[in-house]
Design a protein around this ligand. Structure first.
Ligand code: HEM
Length: 228
């Protein structure tokens, strides 16, 4: 069965909640701003966007525990065996015989790596210095050697992050071009085409007020950290 988008045979299934989508696209914008301002040496903007990246990452970590079904780590973090079996199966089927709901096992692994890299990138930036006059907001808490070491880490992890983002975008294009499966639209609209004759999986969607609470908590945690 090919996954073409015929209105007679397909209906829509909501897979991504609003907060997860908002998180994703704000992250793309914030990482872009951080990259540009870091390269251009506009350090006030760089510090602000870095703290903003950390805030949305803290939110996403909370959301991974209390959020909607497809946003939860328990839903998409799988062992190496499941990831390898999934990757092996990719070469065979023209498109997934059963549409995947949420992140597939390989995508889930990429998400964990990206969130971890972004967290280390942002956290190391808090303690970094640029050798001239900019210091990360928490650099005063550590010695100069530690700050220098974390600055090196900040630079190294960035290269890893770029590689991960490159793989991530290429994987999405691979699904689009080679598999005819558009993963990007669902990350925008929240919905994916779903075979009309197939039962819809029971998905729980957390209430927006819970997301609001988690976001306020993330702001408070990050704000509190900056006053250390
Ligand atoms: C700065 C660049 C980017 C970063 C850091 C990034 C990061 C992430 C993260 C962390 C997730 C997991 C979302 C979640 O569960 O919360 C994700 C998912 C996703 N991203 Fe990105 N992303 C970037 C750029 C892009 C771009 C440019 C596209 C479009 C081509 C894209 C398309 C997607 C899609 C479709 C998913 C869901 C994949 C799936 O169905 O499993 N991302 N991204």
């Amino acid at each position: 069965m090919t996954l073409h988008n015929s209105h007679e045979h397909y209906t829509r299934l909501r897979i991504w909640d609003g907060p997860t989508r908002l998180f994703h696209w704000s992250l793309v914008v914030l990482v872009g701003i951080s990259w540009f301002s870091g390269k251009a040496g506009i350090m006030a903007v760089h510090t602000a966007s870095g703290v903003a990246v950390l805030t949305v990452i803290v939110f996403r970590l909370l959301w991974g525990v209390i959020g909607s079904t497809t946003a939860r780590f328990s839903h998409f973090v799988r062992g190496p065996r499941a990831v390898l079996a999934y990757l092996a199966g990719l070469r065979q089927a023209a498109s997934s015989p059963v549409p995947v709901v949420g992140h597939n096992p390989a995508g889930g692994l990429a998400v964990v790596f990206m969130l971890a890299a972004l967290a280390v990138q942002g956290a190391s930036g808090l303690f970094a210095n640029d050798d001239i006059y900019t210091k990360g907001p928490l650099a005063h808490l550590v010695s100069e050697e530690t700050s220098n070491a974390l600055t090196s880490l900040h630079k190294v992890v960035f290269n890893g992050l770029l590689a991960l983002i490159g793989v991530h975008v290429l994987a999405n294009l691979f699904y689009l071009v080679a598999k005819g499966e558009n993963l990007i639209m669902p990350m925008i609209t929240g919905d994916k085409p779903w075979p009309a004759d197939r039962a819809k999986p029971p998905l729980h969607f957390a209430k927006p007020v819970v997301a609001g609470g988690a976001f306020v908590l993330s702001l408070l945690l990050m704000g509190g950290l900056l006053f250390l």
